[in-house]
Design a protein around this ligand. Structure first.
Ligand code: CA
Ligand code: CA
Length: 487
């Protein structure tokens, strides 16, 4: 235990200096400490594309994970759909040549949401090893030559939509949010040995798994989980504080002086809530036999739209419908006025918790310093750069906020519509935003209004967050991994 306490002291100091990255390193999901902030001397191009500043292009099996970069190596996880094979692939950073590939012997493959994939966890890398995590398999570590260092199979959790969290490095540990509908836990494993350091079970009720990557802040791991933001001590996994809030727990927090979490509720914004008529309006539209209540056959067959994801209408299961049985609480086969108004009230209450929260721990709880409720992304994480927060929402709606006050500096469409799953990243004072339709928009950060420096169309769908190391930006589309930069 002594070595653990020494490590915590060291770690606190390191975290306070924000893990400055050196050139050529993008060690895990969203780079140094999952911040999305590249090394200070990173110099990726502004304008690039399939025929502009292309260093190399490598076809890969699908996967939504981001590349990790360490020195002359790029690591990425993939899923070969036809062969049902999960792999960690190592490529040469200068040529894109595949140096080695190692399969995870998963006994079964997790079911995922249609927009997700069993290879969503980005690898993490350090000078000695690379760590790969698949929810369907567990954790593995290899050295840079591809020799297995250790192997830690984990029972596959039961989830609604599959896993989404990536492993992160914290001191001597690799941390994994191995979440589940029930029985999920936070796991810390020694980097060198693969031995479990601690395992902290998430408190019940679970019901819905979370998808976010833990964020290391001082000596705590900040977790954004379904219905809660909470912190665990790095040294022993003990829960420190928690803040209950209605959120799906998809995006990764960031932190500076305060902690910023993009909590998201599918009823949280005006354009996500279908207008539900009052009971008189409901009767007028659906009460065909005029008995003053709505039978199951009168209720709209497709259900009643009650939450929407604007601009994602073409994505299967992206819109939510209220089923008749959800509203007919007493199961008498009719929706009456009491039930309908109770349903509308429930919807209104569920809508309350939502927004980008700036929070500060306060004993076993946390205080919300400020909250921004509008244009909050569901999946992309916030980016904190020079005391400003950058958010990108579906449709290409960018919001820039003052991190200390929450004041909106600007909110504007960047001109690249469609869904956004990739998180914003920063390098050389520029913010890079990748749309699912394959456009990487580059923003300047020096002005108080939107400044679009480039819109780079790759012509292929993008789900993964780009990685930036040295003078290159690595962009993974659903088919290829691209490296762009000046030779
Ligand atoms: Ca009726
Ligand atoms: Ca009823």
């Amino acid at each position: 235990m002594r070595s653990v306490s020494i490590f915590v002291v060291t770690m606190g100091g390191l975290a306070a200096t924000f893990f400055p990255a050196r050139a050529g390193e993008w060690p895990q999901f969203r780079g140094p400490n999952s911040s999305g902030i590249a090394a200070a001397d990173a110099a990726p191009p502004v304008e690039f594309g399939p025929s502009k500043r292309l260093l190399w292009k490598r076809p890969l099996p699908v996967g939504h994970s981001s590349p990790a970069v360490w020195g002359d190596r790029v690591f990425v996880t993939t899923f070969d759909t036809a062969a049902t094979k999960l792999e960690l692939i190592c490529l040469a950073a200068d040529t894109g040549a595949i140096l080695w590939r190692r399969a995870a012997a998963a006994p079964q493959i997790e079911e995922t949401h249609v927009v997700s994939n069993p290879a969503t966890a980005s690898p993490a890398a350090d000078a000695e090893r690379v760590y790969a995590y698949f929810s369907s398999y567990g954790l593995m570590a290899f050295n840079h030559a591809g020799e297995m260092q250790w192997d830690l199979p984990l029972a596959m959790p039961k989830t609604h939509h599959g896993s989404g969290a990536s492993p992160v490095l914290a001191g001597d540990l690799v941390i994994v949010n191995h979440d589940a509908m029930q029985g999920g836990y936070l796991l810390a494993v020694n980097r060198k040995t693969g031995k479990e350091a601690w395992r902290q079970a998430y408190p019940p009720p679970g019901r819905v798994e979370s998808y976010s990557t833990p964020f290391l802040w001082r000596d705590q791991l900040i977790l954004h989980r379904a219905g809660v933001v909470e912190a665990y001590q790095v040294s022993d996994g003990k829960r420190q504080w928690s803040l209950a809030t209605g959120t799906s727990g998809a995006s990764t927090p960031v932190a500076g002086e305060a902690i910023f979490v993009s909590t998201w509720n599918n009823l949280g914004e005006d354009d996500q809530r279908a207008p539900l008529p009052d009971f008189a309006g409901l009767l007028k539209k659906y009460d065909k036999n005029g008995d003053g209540k709505i039978s199951e056959s009168e209720f709209p067959q497709e259900g009643m739209l009650f939450t929407a994801r604007p601009e994602l209408e073409s994505v299967p299961n992206s819109q939510n419908y209220a089923a008749f049985r959800t509203v007919d609480r007493n199961r008498d086969g009719f929706v009456d006025q009491t039930e309908w108004e109770a349903f509308r009230t429930r919807v209104g209450e569920m809508a309350k918790d939502h927004g980008l929260l700036a929070i500060r721990p306060d004993g076993e709880k946390a205080t919300v310093i400020w909250r921004e409720n509008t244009s909050i992304p569901e999946v992309p994480s916030p980016l904190l750069y020079k005391s400003r927060l950058y958010l990108i929402r579906n449709g290409g709606v960018a919001t820039c906020l003052d991190a200390s006050s929450g004041k909106v500096i600007y909110r504007a469409r960047v001109g690249a519509p469609g869904a956004y799953f990739a998180s914003p990243v920063e390098a050389a004072g520029r913010v890079y935003l990748a749309s699912s339709e394959g456009v990487v928009t580059v923003l300047g950060t020096a002005k108080d209004q939107l400044e679009v420096l480039a819109r780079n169309a790759l012509g292929e769908d993008i789900v993964a967050t780009p990685a930036i190391a040295g003078n290159a930006i690595y962009v993974r589309t659903t088919r290829n991994l691209y490296a762009f930069g000046d030779r």
